[in-house]
Design a binder for this molecule. Structure first.
Ligand code: ARG
Length: 560
């Protein structure tokens, strides 16, 4: 619950907007006086009164209710005490009632949000650099659906370009059908790397010819291309499965081959196309950007041309309310150009296009690049993390039955959480040891907290859920309840800011508060009403944390 907003709505100061009031309401360092406080010196000027007099005046005009139990004016501060018991009853009842839907809702009202994420390149390595787009996109996909939007997950495959001509040349020279079939994407990638290392002019010419053959519909060239595509997709789909990632569309760049000419025509009709050194461009100098190149001098289309065609197609097909592109910040300019060109074309919906940019992920040893064969495959990072997780689980709990399964959830969770915990624009350095630490801001810590809550509930067996436990929450309980009650707002804020990290932070924050409560307050040995209340709180915590981890695509082991 947004207490600050709630309090602000009940206060009135002429000339001070409500949002400003809400911002001024703070959580005091010492909550003995109140759970929230408004420092009144900020309004001394506008109200022409002393802070002490302002606090008194505001107090007299403030009516307490079921949410705010008490107000007091002390030294120019207006202090508010929350109705803790009311908060407890309301929150516990709501979480119990909504269960796995808690935190979601119908904010979206069925509006469509297209999300372009992961968007892998056929025949190229699926490497650590693809982690963020994949898991941020996947989390946003679930978050929007949870909030009642209709999310459309799009994997805009990189399946167009001269590299496929090169690949065909390489395969014809050095490839072996069975070996490539067995080696899959790795074998294809080796062929490609070999070609780039060894190609002379003649081979380059041949590669261009092979690409032309794909384009002109040549049967053999297309069969090879489709085969490479299939091998890549069957490989990445296995990783998507591990990461709990799904898509509604796999229409890649190639799909737009015949949809680019209409874009070029429309640009020309609208007088936006200009010739520059033989190329066709949209001049964006006026907007402080380099030109958006639409056709190269040899008539070939570009990445941008295909993205323009794709945007028009998505609008027509899905009539989206928003269209998101979860792509690294290196492509900032590209998306600014695309969105500007759409605007210049008169598409009023250009304003609904959003580049959800994120920072880079590297490993502690500095490895990350795809250059010169020094590729860190995402698959290897995942396996290594699962292996390490297995060792840790085995050490902590050697008699656990399904250790493999738990290690999968823990290891994969650590990779995903590592990419989601920080504000998405930050560059991050992934450390296996930090990601798998039980202490710290990790998914393991959150998962362990869930297992702890589940174990308390299992030990308790049945307990009575009541509308009124007759219990006034202690500070530890109150802090936990407040965190739990905030969850729906946090999910909504995460969607608004395109920041799954808000949900990840909720997980850690709530787990910390639960553990404080767990350590400080007896649960099972408490007298009956208090015991029931604490069990209900434990159950509510487990529900909220499970929902949050699920939104991030992270599994919750029952035992650890
Ligand atoms: N395949 C591209 C890359 O790896 C990302 C595509 C992003 N989506 C888009 N519609 N441009 O750089």
């Amino acid at each position: 619950m947004d207490y600050k907003g709630y309090i602000a709505r009940k206060l009135k100061i002429d000339g001070v907007p409500q949002e400003e009031l809400a911002e001024a309401v703070a959580v005091p360092p010492n909550t003995e006086m109140g759970d929230y406080a408004l420092p009144c010196f900020k309004f001394a000027k506008i109200m022409r009164k002393s802070p002490v007099a302002i606090a008194e005046e505001l107090k007299d005009g403030f009516e307490t209710d079921g949410v705010i139990a008490e107000v007091s004016a002390v030294n120019g501060y207006l202090n508010f005490k929350i109705n803790r018991k009311g908060l407890a009853e309301e929150t516990l009842a709501r979480i119990a009632k909504e269960g796995e839907r808690y935190g979601g809702g119908n904010l979206g009202g069925g509006k469509v949000v297209c999300i372009d994420y992961s968007s892998v390149n056929i025949a190229k390595p699926f490497h650590i650099g693809h982690l963020s787009t994949t898991v941020i996109g996947g989390a946003l996909y679930r978050i929007f659906n949870f909030l009642g939007y209709k999310a459309v997950g799009i994997n805009h495959l990189g399946d167009y370009g001269t590299q496929f001509g090169k690949l065909i040349s390489a395969y014809k020279r050095w490839g072996d059908r069975d070996k490539v079939q067995a080696g899959g994407i790795h074998a294809i990638n080796e062929l490609y790397v070999r070609f780039t290392n060894e190609a002379d002019e003649e081979m380059e010419r041949e590669a261009r010819e092979n690409f032309r053959l794909i384009e002109s519909g040549d049967k053999e060239a297309n069969e090879l291309f489709e085969w490479f595509k299939e091998l890549t997709l069957s490989y990445v789909k296995k990783i998507y499965e591990k990461l709990n990632i799904t898509f509604d569309s796999y229409l890649g760049e190639r799909f737009y081959t015949d949809k680019m000419q209409p874009v070029v025509d429309e640009l020309r009709e609208k007088g936006l196309l200009k010739e520059s050194r033989g190329a066709q461009i949209v001049d964006l100098e006026e907007y402080g950007m380099s030109p958006c190149i639409i056709l190269r001098s040899d008539g070939a289309s570009l990445y941008a041309t295909r993205d323009l065609a794709a945007a028009l197609y998505r609008k027509k097909t899905y009539d989206f309310d928003k269209c998101l592109y979860v792509v690294a910040y290196q492509q900032n300019l590209h998306f600014k150009q695309i969105f500007k060109v759409l605007e210049l074309m008169g598409k009023e919906w250009a304003k609904d296009m959003v580049h959800v940019a994120y920072g880079m992920v590297s490993l502690e040893d500095g490895a990350m690049s795809t250059r010169k064969g020094k590729v860190v495959w995402l698959e290897d990072v995942i396996s290594k993390c699962v292996e390490k997780a297995y060792k840790i689980v085995d050490e902590k709990n050697p008699t656990l039955e399904n250790k493999r399964e738990v290690a999968e959830k823990v290891g994969i969770g650590a990779v995903v959480f590592g990419a989601l915990y920080n504000n998405k624009i930050k560059d991050i350095v992934f450390s296996y040891d930090k990601a798998l630490s039980f202490e710290g801001e990790t998914s393991v810590y959150v998962q362990y907290t869930c297992a702890r809550a589940a174990s308390v509930l299992a030990k308790a067996g049945n307990f009575t859920r009541k509308a009124d436990y007759g219990v006034e929450p202690c500070p530890q309980e109150f802090e936990l309840l407040k965190a739990l009650a905030d969850f729906p707002d946090i999910v909504a804020a995460a969607a608004k800011a395109y920041e799954p990290s808000f949900v990840a932070r909720f997980c850690v924050d709530t787990a910390q508060k639960f553990n404080k409560f767990y350590i400080d307050c007896k649960i099972l040995q408490a007298e009956e009403n208090v015991r029931d209340f604490r069990l209900a709180l434990t159950e509510a915590t487990l529900t909220a944390l499970t929902n949050a981890l699920t939104l991030l695509g992270i599994g919750v082991p029952e035992k650890m």
